[in-house]
Design a binder for this molecule. Structure first.
Ligand SMILES: Nc1ncnc2c1ncn2[C@@H]1O[C@H](COP(=O)(O)OP(=O)(O)OP(=O)(O)O)[C@@H](O)[C@H]1O
Length: 480
């Protein structure tokens, strides 16, 4: 917990102490940075006492270490008092949370009268400072728990209807079972994960499940969609900004998503859309475990597990110099690829059933089944929008359906038009039936080798065709 989070309150406290006692006040944080001050200390806000050396033998550093009060009426004669401003007396009181000093209040006399007052009222002044220190500490605890509440609320609001648990990742296919096993296994570590896969394959859901299974599950899961935030704002959104960093900045500065996710998980969705200049800053932050808020002077330590996701081919982007190779290697420690639905057709029926249950409840309609001809249309559809499209189609169908079973006429046109095209070929021309078989063979092979450039190269080798023939067939069969 750092006092800089409530710097306005700290400054108000410093002013209130000076107004009540007619003595100068300075308040430093746990790094000896001056956060609040009156008189000559007001001008020094932002600078460091004792050069910020926490191991120094000087008074403030010692008080932070041992959490004890310190009183002197002869600062000039004390070896460990770094008197620079002609101080004549000082009472220094630690600000503590759970017995750990997170800052100090210094009450300083600069005139003989002020010094005399300190000598006569030492005990009252010390008690007063203790109470102010407790008030400041209390304010910091409340503001931290507000941030925690906000995080919890925003992750609750932004989470899907499903609770993020591996049980809610519906699948029967071997390939998805392997993905789930692998994700479950790596959920226990802090290593960075890169989830790739087409839009709607469940990258966001999987990231949440990994967080929920991890030892960080009681800490925030914070999600940032790098494609949805304007480039100008993304930097401050991620790393935060200090008070007055730019025109229009919030008065007290703003915490970035990294700080909000401290001790939890940060999900960097659509990482392929991150502008190159921010990729550099992100890499530095990941390497040093520190963030540099915009307009800030000192980096802030953060402990965050990163899960990144993209539906873009980052390897191709690296070749085109659109994505930094060093960042790619830093993110791709544990790669997880979510295959598109057309490569795991075994999952479709279960996903349809699951979606029917979900949307019949949500829309409060007693629909619980699918007519055989509607099911066969849905099973032969190629689902370019993957699981998200399954949900959309079923939501549409339940809205349209007046009976308890989804019929062909309740399905969207895009499914019906493909079905009628397929029906006209079924049992028909040999070439169409061969195309159907060819599609299945190629899709199955790619599901094993993966859809990367390397995966396609391997698939071409396994199938005994050239890469260019594979690409031509993929285009012809609508598999690209
Ligand atoms: N295997 C699954 N079982 C149940 N629901 C799933 C599954 N996969 C995805 N979903 C659901 O499908 C929807 C889309 O998933 P999600 O948002 O995780 O996809 P995504 O890959 O992150 O998409 P995008 O790349 O567009 O952000 C969500 O409602 C999610 O809960």
């Amino acid at each position: 917990m750092t006092l800089s989070l409530i710097r306005d309150t700290v400054q108000q406290a410093a002013q209130a102490i000076t107004a009540a006692l007619d003595l100068e006040t300075e308040i430093v944080d746990e790094s000896l940075k001056i956060i609040g001050g009156t008189g000559r200390y007001a001008e020094k806000i932002g600078s460091y006492e004792e050069n910020g050396d926490l191991d120094s033998p000087f008074v403030y550093a010692s008080c932070l270490r041992n959490g004890r009060e310190y009183i002197t009426f002869e600062p000039g004669s004390e070896t460990f008092y770094a008197a620079k401003e002609k101080e004549m007396a000082e009472i220094c009181c630690p600000i503590q949370i759970e017995q750990k000093a997170i800052g100090l209040i210094g009450l300083i006399a600069f005139t003989p009268q002020q010094r005399q007052l300190m000598i006569e009222k030492t005990s009252e002044l010390t008690t007063f400072l203790r109470i102010m220190a407790e008030l400041i500490a209390g304010k910091l605890v409340i503001s931290q728990s507000n941030i925690h509440l906000q995080n919890t609320l925003s992750s609750l609001l932004s989470s899907s209807d499903e609770s993020a648990s591996f049980q809610n990742i519906i699948s029967v296919s071997d390939v998805m079972e392997k993905v789930k096993q692998r994700a479950l296994q790596v959920s226990q570590s802090d290593s960075t994960i890169l989830i790739t896969g087409e839009s709607g394959t469940g990258k966001d859901l999987l990231a949440r499940c990994i967080h929920e299974e991890s030892p960080r599950s009681d800490k925030p899961f914070v999600s940032v969609n790098c494609a949805a935030i304007p480039e100008m704002l993304l930097e401050s959104e991620l790393f935060g900004y200090e008070k007055g960093a730019f025109t229009g900045a919030q008065k007290g500065g703003k915490l970035g998503k990294f700080q909000l996710a401290d001790h939890g998980t940060l999900f960097l969705d659509e990482i392929g859309d991150m502008p190159l200049h921010l990729q550099v800053k992100l890499l530095t932050c990941l390497q040093n475990h520190q963030v540099d808020p915009v307009g800030g002077e000192t980096p802030i330590n953060v402990d965050v597990r990163i899960i990144a996701a993209t539906n873009k081919n980052l390897e191709e982007m690296i070749e085109k110099k659109q994505f930094r190779e060093d960042l790619y290697f830093r993110l791709n420690v544990i790669p997880i690829y979510l295959p598109p639905l057309r490569q795991r057709p075994e999952d479709i029926e279960l996903l349809l059933t699951h979606a029917i249950r979900k949307f019949s409840q949500k829309l409060d309609k007693p629909v619980s089944a699918i007519e055989p001809e509607a099911l066969s249309a849905l099973l032969s559809y190629h689902w370019p929008g993957n699981v998200r499209e399954v949900e959309n189609v079923i939501e549409y169908a339940i809205n349209m359906e007046n009976s308890s079973s989804i019929g062909l006429s309740s399905l969207p046109d895009k499914i019906l038009s493909r079905t009628s095209a397929a029906a006209s070929t079924r049992g028909g021309l040999l070439k169409d039936q061969l195309a159907c078989a060819e599609r299945e063979i190629i899709a199955e092979c790619l599901s094993r080798t993966g859809h990367s450039l390397e995966g396609k190269r391997k698939a071409a080798e396994i199938l005994g065709i050239s890469e260019s023939t594979l690409y031509r067939r993929l285009r012809a069969l609508d598999l690209l």
